[in-house]
Design a protein around this ligand. Structure first.
Ligand SMILES: Cc1ncc(C[n+]2csc(CCOP(=O)(O)OP(=O)(O)O)c2C)c(N)n1
Length: 567
């Protein structure tokens, strides 16, 4: 069967199980768009290419499948770079397809030409320029294989226009063909190392689990939860790991790191054994690295060998898929340590951590009568009203940290946030992607007034496809997180952080065909949120919150986890 490059691409996407494609057309990819109506793929036309990538990323995080986006050459491709880098930093499986000028024009500074393969080399897991249509099917298959295997990540495939137009016999490459000699991710753990871990836990008096996004992406939450309960070991997680362990479990310490809980940070500093799983010892987590967990032996489980020993010295490295490693550890504990009473050994330590939680819980000073709404209260209300049964996306800044602190995430894949790159404008398009994956779930973007303006144009997308995403803006009139740093560390020099000339968000929502609500009083928060959640279309809720509220606890940059500023 002879097909054009464009037809081959779409056939491959179909066979890879892709159901939805987030994209934006242009000259270089018209041939693909010309074919699209003849394929079962659902295409979501976004309003900005950055939105397409974040939406594909949100779809991937919520569903566990590979997200796919399609943009044109030149500015279409460069607009996608922030989204690609966002996915790269958080290890999200994504295939980004970009159009390119025809092969004879490559290197000629042709109209809308850009070297996107060069530009994205440092922020993709791998990228390809397909110069010969006969390589296309294999390249697409490999792109999916790379994106989803090993440490997941974004893969870019650049497709020149003439390649899309050329005909060639279509051959679907088999699984053997897609293997690459230089790429062999280790997924099975070394059993002896796991035995060592089991022994370490037995002998530890103050052990802690430190879970990262890898636990979520490896679908290893159940094993982690089982192990923590059986070993009677407190659990903390990074921002990316939230939801991998139920927040209502007594062993849950809360998030650790810069805006982590007192209990989690104290526990890490005092622990004698840390089992880190699918986490990368990011500086937002470790604080001053030389003083991180001074008494602890470190076990580090990660699929990416280059992640181990990168930031901290590890005593037991385990290169493996987190799912396999935790499942095998579980099996050792289940079958070889049946008689060991972990509860009695670790109970004094667990009690200690509970005391820390009581001493310094995550809290805020509630608003008095007549005072502006407290942003933390809004997040608490969202949690209460949804009972945690919602997919929550956030933007970046205080809104993100308050959500992490005050929404009790119970399940993996319910919290979508740009952790590594910290991309403002991520949350709303990601929420659109998640809503595509789960049309019947309540999807909420908790936003700041600065961040939401970075991709607000996607309201048109949400309205167009009837995606009832809710945006709750914690509107403090500031670029709040930067203002907080200015307040605490720059003598209140609020330079360029006051968001003057804000749009009327309610009217803006209405202009797009969505619904808009405004809340200025604490007593109206619950009523309006209820109404918003019951409205079957996209909604903006503009909540005017206390302008100078801060996120606490806070470990100042460069300090150790033991040096927290508390409320
Ligand atoms: C694209 C991008 N530009 C700049 C920043 C730096 N930055 C981090 S937080 C922040 C303020 C965010 O303000 P807002 O969205 O209003 O949220 P708030 O902190 O007030 O909740 C800024 C500017 C960023 N993270 N991303």
């Amino acid at each position: 069967m002879e097909l054009t490059g464009a037809q081959i691409l779409l056939e491959c996407l179909k066979r890879e199980g892709v159901e939805v494609l987030f994209g934006y057309p242009g000259g270089a990819v018209i041939d693909i768009y010309d074919e699209l109506p003849r394929h079962p793929l659902k295409h979501i036309l976004v309003r900005h290419e950055q939105g397409a990538v974040h939406a594909a990323d949100g779809f991937a995080r919520a569903s566990g499948k590979v997200g796919v986006c399609l943009v044109t050459s030149g500015p279409g491709a460069t607009n996608a770079v922030t989204g690609i880098a966002t996915a790269y930093m958080d290890s999200i499986p994504l295939v980004a397809i970009t159009g390119q000028v025809p092969t004879p024009l490559i290197g000629n500074d042709a109209f809308q030409e850009v070297d996107i393969v060069g530009i994205t080399r440092p922020c993709t897991k791998h990228n390809y320029l397909v110069k010969d249509v006969r390589d296309l099917a294999l390249t697409i298959r490999r792109a999916f294989y790379l994106a989803r295997s090993g440490r997941p990540g974004p893969v870019l495939v650049d497709l020149p226009k003439d390649v899309l137009q050329t005909r060639t016999p279509f051959i679907w490459p088999d699984d053997e063909a897609i293997k690459m000699r230089s790429y062999n991710p280790t997924s099975k753990p070394n059993k002896r190392q796991l035995q060592k871990v089991a022994e370490l836990v037995k002998n530890a008096k103050q052990p802690v689990f430190y879970a990262g996004g890898g636990v979520v992406s490896a679908n290893a939450s159940d094993d982690l939860t089982w192990l923590a309960r059986r070993l009677h070991m407190p659990v903390t997680a990074t921002l990316m790991g939230l939801g991998c362990f139920p927040a209502d479990d007594p062993l849950w310490l809360g998030m650790l790191g810069m805006h982590g809980t007192y209990a989690a940070n104290r526990a890490i500093q005092d622990s004698d054994l840390i089992i880190a799983a699918g986490a990368r010892f990011d500086d937002r987590v470790t604080g001053k690295i030389a003083e991180f967990a001074p008494k602890a032996k470190l076990v580090h489980i990660d699929i990416d060998p280059t992640s181990i020993q990168k930031n901290v010295l590890v005593h037991v490295p385990i290169v493996a898929d987190v799912k396999h490693a935790l499942a095998d550890l579980r099996s050792i504990i289940e079958h070889e340590m049946t008689d060991f009473d972990f509860v009695s050994v670790h109970e004094p330590w667990v009690k200690h951590t509970l005391e820390w939680e009581l001493e310094h819980p995550i809290k805020y000073v509630p608003a008095k009568r007549g005072e502006p709404v407290k942003p933390q209260y809004v997040v608490e209300k969202i949690y209460e009203l949804t009972k945690g049964e919602a997919i929550i996306a956030t933007e970046v800044g205080q809104n993100q940290m308050w959500t992490a602190q005050f929404f009790g995430f119970q399940r993996p894949r319910t919290f979508l946030s740009s952790g590594g790159l910290g991309t403002m404008g991520y949350g709303f398009p990601a929420a659109i992607g998640a809503q595509m994956a789960f049309p019947d779930k309540l999807v909420i973007d908790i936003a700041g007034d600065g961040s939401i303006q970075m991709n607000i144009q996607e309201l048109a997308t949400a309205v167009c496809y009837n995606l009832p995403v809710k945006i709750v803006i914690l509107n403090n009139g500031y670029l709040g997180m930067v203002r907080q740093w200015q307040e605490l560390f720059y003598k209140k020099n609020y330079c360029a952080t006051c968001m003057d000339a804000q749009p009327d968000f309610v009217k803006l929502a209405e202009a797009y065909g969505a619904a808009g609500f405004r809340v200025t009083r604490t007593r109206d928060v619950e009523k309006v949120l209820k109404e918003a959640f019951a409205t079957p279309k996209p909604v903006i809720v503009d909540v005017r919150v206390a302008p100078e509220e801060n996120v606490y606890p806070m470990v100042p940059a460069g300090k150790s986890l033991g040096e927290m500023l508390l409320v």
